[in-house]
Design a protein around this ligand. Sequence first.
Ligand code: ADP
Ligand code: ADP
Length: 228
Amino acid sequence: MIRFENVSKEYPDGTLAVKTVDFQIQEGEFFVLIGPSGSGKTTTLKMINRLIPLTGGTIKIQNKKISEYNIHELRWNIGYVLQDISLFPHMTIEENIAIVPEMKKWESGKISQRIDELLDMVGLDPSTYRKRKPNELSGGQQQRIGVARALAANPPIILMDEPFSALDPISREKLQDDLVELQKQIKKTIVFVTHDMNEALKLGERICVMKDGEVVQIGSPEALLHSP
Ligand code: ADP
Ligand code: ADP
């Protein structure tokens, strides 16, 4: 589904953030990128939807180079959930979720139905939350909306950059559990960045360990736990 071939990234200031990374992510796989701060996880993630241009190598999605996709086509087919609260504060929950479906010119009845469906999927009652503004929700609820928004137009790929790390431990655990359950239903290709090994082991089907811009290990949670 997603293939990195000798991918590297040097920032204009000369920082070599990613050095020759090679891996493949299977369709429907929950793939976790883990490593200490500065190891190149976010850079790796953001190259997938071309938020950051690569400086070497190739990334392919379904055997097509990302550079060959129309940028809108690429972004609309890749949901993105950020660490920080990224909802638009002046817009209601339903307006936030509707952004991509509206850009794709879905008709309003279909969008409305989809919003109800998405709120149910992330465990928030539609009639209570649709008309609220983001600041009327807890941090955990806002991140649930972030997940709903990323899923809105049913993209096959979801990128998540430390989506739960700003939450209190109890909310974080609940969202992790719920994401595991949700993934069983939706079976998306998920690329999830974290620096928390417990989170990686709990969520990941495969875990890719990065250090200083390189992949140092890649494998199942079991394989990682039993490696020296
Ligand atoms: P991580 O997500 O693992 O914390 P990042 O991908 O954010 O790592 O960063 C990898 C390296 O690239 C770090 O040394 C970071 O300081 C550097 N870096 C990130 N963004 C930029 C940028 N825009 N310009 C220069 N260096 C950057
Ligand atoms: P993250 O928490 O995802 O690792 P950071 O806090 O490292 O992100 O970076 C936040 C922003 O600053 C990003 O857009 C990143 O590209 C940029 N950035 C990070 N490190 C540097 C750097 N050394 N020089 C310039 N920009 C940087």
